[in-house]
Each structure stands twice: as structure tokens, then as C-alpha cells.
Design a protein around this ligand. Structure first.
Ligand SMILES: Nc1nc2c(ncn2[C@@H]2O[C@H](COP(=O)(O)OP(=O)(O)OP(=O)(O)O)[C@@H](O)[C@H]2O)c(=O)[nH]1
Ligand SMILES: [Mg+2]
Length: 310
């Protein structure tokens, strides 16, 4: 067992933080560490929120933390900002917003941003989630800003994804983006105190009907975080979706499919790592200039690597 993982088993929170930094920075012992982490897998509930900047994701998370803690469960929060090259920026506001939880041992809050990791932010976040699971948190919440492709990738990490929308913000356009209906296990209309709530809800309802999933209907939950309204309902819906995933054939199929994709992803990352190291060892790319044919060059190098690898 890796020393860091051993320390995590003894509930050393600094070891947990260190492990996440190791995956963020693509530490050479990363895969070894993650394998040990995986062997400690505990099946936390993985929940993700995504939505436009300022939709109220952190406010929702903050309320959810309290709600989950009142149920006697521990919770880890991973705040991901794909637009920021360093962690900290997005979290600064969140620190203020989630301040009350910082002294609670049953709560861990961590931010992640685009950095070294070869597999990218989505990969590092997925690993971070697993690390928090191994540590023993009951619930793991991932918050990510935006609803672009990278956020969709990040959300493949969690079992249940909520897309957070607000009335009167042009947010409604988000749901027409490719992939949104597929990743949204439930919709949250936050800031339901603002005008335009009815209109947005009606539209969402229609869309949900159109893309109807026979086994599990996408819920639409209304929240007002500033008044602590709708949080219990939201959590109920999250748990409902979770039990659907873990108690039906359809759910098992979905989870198996995810697992398969992950194996491919890891293989891709490993091959890339090896080929890159190989090329660097071979003194970099051979005489390349702006007019070089990249296809030809890539093929030559790949064949050369394959030849030497066998
Ligand atoms: N009126 C109203 N305002 C809200 C509600 N929920 C959150 N807000 C406000 O919306 C603003 C943004 O909230 P955040 O929780 O930081 O939103 P976020 O989605 O985490 O924002 P980013 O992380 O920057 O994308 C804050 O000023 C909140 O007080 C709500 O239910 N009603
Ligand atoms: Mg936030």
C-alpha cells in the first residue's frame, strides 16, 4: 500500500490533500497510488452540479452541505473551474460562502483548475473524486462552472448530474446545447424568486417530455437558496436517481458503460505518456518546421515507437 494511501486510511486529511495534488501534477507514482485508492473504494454518492457562472451552484452546495450533515453524513466538495489556470480564484468566493463549514471535520472542500495533468482536468477531477471516496466521505459533490464540452466531460465522473438554470438570464439557451439533455439527470431552477420562473419551467417540462427516458424521468426542482427553499426536495431527487442507478438493470448498464470508457481513457493516457517519453528520449521530433506534414510525421513516429516497443 502506498504510504500516502496508508495515511489516508488513518484519516490523515493532509494525506488526502497530498494525494489530490499528486494526481493534479501527474506524479510518477500516480497510477500506483490510484490503484491502492481504488482497492479502498467505498461507494460514496457522487453528485455533480453544473451551470452558468453565478447560477447559484456554490450557494446550493453550501445549503446541501448543511442538509447532508444533518443526515449524519460526511461530505467532500470539489469545485472545478476549467477556465482558470490555477486553483484559488473561484474558491475565494466559495470560501466566504461556505465559511461555516471550514471548521467541520466531516466536510472537505477542495478546488481544482486546469494544470499539468496529461489527462486534463476531467481526468484529475475523476481521480480526486475516487480519492475522497477511498478516504471515506459519504457524499462527494462536484461543482463546475459553465456548460461547455469540458464541463460535460467532467460530469461523466459523477453518478447524478444536476444542471442549474435561472429564470430570466438567457440560461435557457444552455439546454439546447448538444449533450445537455443527455447529461442532465435532473434540472434545478434556482433563483425561483426571480420573474420568469413559470416560463422556464414550462419549457423545461416540454423538453423533458420530448426526450423521455422510460425508466427514469428527469426531475425539475425549484430552489431559492437565499431562503433555503427546495433543498430537501433536491436532495430527495438526487437520492432517488442514485437508487435507480444502483438497483435497476438500466442503472447497472449505464455504470458498466462508464467503467468501459474509463479503461479506454486510461489506456489512451498511458500510450500517450509512453510515446511522448519515447520521442523526448529520441531527442524530440525530427527536423520539423511550419510546413512539415504532421500526419506523415505522426505516423512515422508512431510506427517507430511500435517497432521499438515490441
Ligand atoms: N435572488 C436569488 N439570488 C441567489 C439565489 N441563489 C444564489 N443567489 C445569488 O447569486 C449569486 C451567485 O451565487 P453563487 O452561489 O456564487 O453562484 P455560482 O453558480 O456558484 O457561481 P460561479 O461559481 O461563479 O459560477 C450570489 O450573489 C447569490 O447570493 C437565489 O435563490 N435567489
Ligand atoms: Mg461557485
Amino acid at each position: 500500500m502506498h504510504e500516502i494511501v496508508d495515511r489516508m486510511r488513518n484519516k490523515d486529511i493532509r494525506a488526502l490533500a497530498r494525494a489530490i495534488t499528486m494526481v493534479e501534477n501527474d506524479h510518477p507514482e500516480k497510477l500506483e497510488l490510484l490503484s491502492d485508492v481504488f482497492s479502498l473504494k467505498k461507494h460514496a454518492l457522487y453528485f455533480g452540479l453544473t451551470g452558468s457562472p453565478g447560477a447559484g451552484k456554490s450557494s446550493l452546495v453550501n445549503r446541501l452541505i448543511t442538509h447532508v450533515r444533518n443526515e449524519g453524513k460526511t461530505v467532500a466538495v470539489i469545485a472545478v473551474d476549467p477556465t482558470s489556470p490555477f486553483s484559488g480564484g473561484a474558491l475565494l468566493g466559495d470560501r466566504v460562502r461556505m465559511n461555516q463549514h471550514f471548521t467541520d471535520d466531516g466536510v472537505y472542500i477542495r478546488s481544482m483548475a486546469t494544470r499539468g495533468s496529461l489527462g486534463g482536468l476531467a481526468r484529475a477531477t475523476k481521480d480526486a473524486v475516487r480519492i475522497c471516496d477511498a478516504y471515506g466521505f459519504d457524499v462527494i459533490i462536484v461543482e463546475t462552472v459553465g456548460v461547455g464540452q469540458s464541463e460535460l466531460d467532467i460530469m461523466k465522473i459523477v453518478d447524478t448530474t444536476a444542471v442549474v438554470l435561472t429564470p430570466n438570464s438567457g440560461d435557457v439557451l444552455q439546454i439546447f446545447k448538444a449533450g445537455i439533455m443527455e447529461i442532465a439527470d435532473l434540472f434545478v431552477i434556482n433563483k425561483a424568486d426571480l420573474p420568469g420562473f413559470g416560463k422556464l419551467k414550462a419549457l423545461l417540462k416540454e423538453l423533458v417530455m420530448m426526450s423521455k427516458n422510460e425508466e427514469h424521468e428527469t426531475a425539475i426542482v425549484k430552489t431559492i437558496t437565499t431562503e433555503n427553499k427546495g433543498i430537501d426536495k433536491l436532495w430527495e431527487k438526487v437520492k432517488e436517481h442514485h437508487s435507480y442507478l444502483y438497483s435497476t438493470d438500466e442503472g447497472t448498464r449505464k455504470r458498466t458503460q462508464q467503467q468501459e470508457l474509463e479503461v479506454y481513457e486510461l489506456i489512451r493516457e498511458e500510450i500517450w505518456r509512453e510515446v511522448k517519453a519515447y520521442i523526448e528520449n529520441e531527442e524530440g521530433l525530427p527536423s520539423i518546421d511550419a510546413d512539415s506534414d504532421p500526419y506523415q510525421l505522426a505516423r512515422v513516429l508512431f510506427e517507430k515507437w511500435k517497432g521499438d516497443a515490441t
